[in-house]
Design a protein around this ligand. Structure first.
Ligand code: IPM
Ligand code: MG
Length: 357
């Protein structure tokens, strides 16, 4: 029996609504497999905390999180606080401070879910985007001068380091090796002649160590079109922070809903805790209505368990999610259903119990 210490940060908006649902499944996975128990500590950080304290998290936030096995994170951002303040105050310092350099975002078309793309069936879309998660366009390097004057200038400098590029690209190769052995390099080296040529060179050089992985270099604009026109041709895609951000919303959309897309911010060396959070964000437009789709958050829990080594529980939870979407009886409005958040969780819980028998 393993004990896991999990830091839970529900955060803002629907993060507050979906996090308890995910925790239910984490507990259930432990109960049904008898393999582990999760111990939680809750951190009430986010925009409300900011309005009271002037900070998104305390100054020693990273020190507080450091000793946990993993972080289970809801969402960050609310209209009460400018987005760049909330993001820079909470999600980014954790990803950067804990070297969670591989942001892993699966796009899998679940059974029973209607893709907006015609003729796609369950499993036709099954790829993973590995997004660089600590530098690139999100490095925070730049500034504004002469504010408000006609000569105002703003710079936002992308920063790409050889070591930063190499570590995420190698992670992606390793992942491709475990999957269908195809890796796409999302690039824009035709226009971005410094950073993206470095990126391409590192990608090609690392490939020498993975001869069994078939690679392609695809420009980001053409790749966006391919996500829509031929998603079944994709296995693993590796891209910079911003490219990966954009591609993964597209990946979620072609799989039927933002409410289904999980993500893991991974520190592969396990020197620091990794963080698991849905792609969807805080969704202020539907928050408080009890209709947020809990599936992405529950699936994040499965990813977290998988990362912790609890394969059986992870498989059981994903399989229960699939059974729930396949039956189509209990779905939230983003999927055309009329169920509330808690009802979907109930359906997944019941299915997990049934399958575990
Ligand atoms: C994501 C989100 C964030 C990002 C937002 C909230 C800043 O879109 O996790 O994909 O761009 O990183
Ligand atoms: Mg995004």
């Amino acid at each position: 029996m393993h004990d896991y210490h999990i830091a839970v940060v529900p955060g803002d908006g629907i993060g507050q609504e979906v996090t308890p649902e995910g925790v239910r499944l984490l507990d259930l996975g432990g109960e049904l497999t008898g393999s582990y128990k999760c111990h939680y500590e809750y951190f009430p950080w986010g925009c409300e905390y900011y309005l009271k304290s002037g900070r998104m998290m305390p100054d020693d936030g990273l020190t507080l999180l450091q000793r946990f096995d993993a972080i289970y994170f809801g969402a960050v951002g609310f209209p009460t606080v400018p987005d760049h303040v909330s993001l820079r105050g909470l999600r980014l310092p954790i990803c950067q401070g804990f070297e969670q350099y591989a942001c892993v975002r699966p796009s899998l078309l679940l059974p029973g879910i209607q893709s907006p793309l015609a003729g796609k069936r369950a499993g036709d879309i099954d790829f993973v985007v590995v997004r660089e998660n600590t530098e690139g366009e999100y490095s925070g390097s730049g500034g504004r001068a002469h504010r408000g004057l006609p000569l105002e200038v703003a710079t936002e400098t992308s920063v790409f380091t050889r070591s930063g590029v190499e570590r995420v690209i190698r992670y992606a190769y390793n992942l491709a090796r475990k999957r269908r052995k195809r890796l796409v390099n999302a690039t824009k080296s035709n226009a971005q002649q410094y950073a993206m040529t470095l990126w391409d060179e590192v990608f090609d050089a690392a490939g020498l160590d993975f001869p069994e992985v078939k690679t392609e270099r695809v420009l980001i604009d053409a790749l966006a079109a391919r996500f829509v026109l031929k998603p079944e041709s994709l296995d693993v895609v590796v891209g910079s922070n911003l490219f990966g951000d954009i591609l993964t919303d597209l990946g979620a959309a072609v799989c039927g809903s933002m409410g289904l897309a999980p993500s893991g911010n991974i520190n592969p060396e396990r020197q620091y805790p990794s963080m698991f959070e849905p792609v969807h964000g805080s969704a202020p437009d539907i928050c408080g209505k009890g209709v947020a789709n809990p599936i992405a958050m529950i699936w994040c829990g499965a990813m977290m368990l998988d990362f912790l080594g609890e394969q059986s529980a992870a498989d059981l939870i994903l399989s229960a999610i699939k059974a729930c979407t396949a039956s189509g009886e209990t779905l939230t409005p983003d999927l055309g259903g009329r169920a509330g958040t808690g009802q979907v969780t109930e359906a997944i819980v019941a299915e997990a119990r049934r399958q575990a028998k």
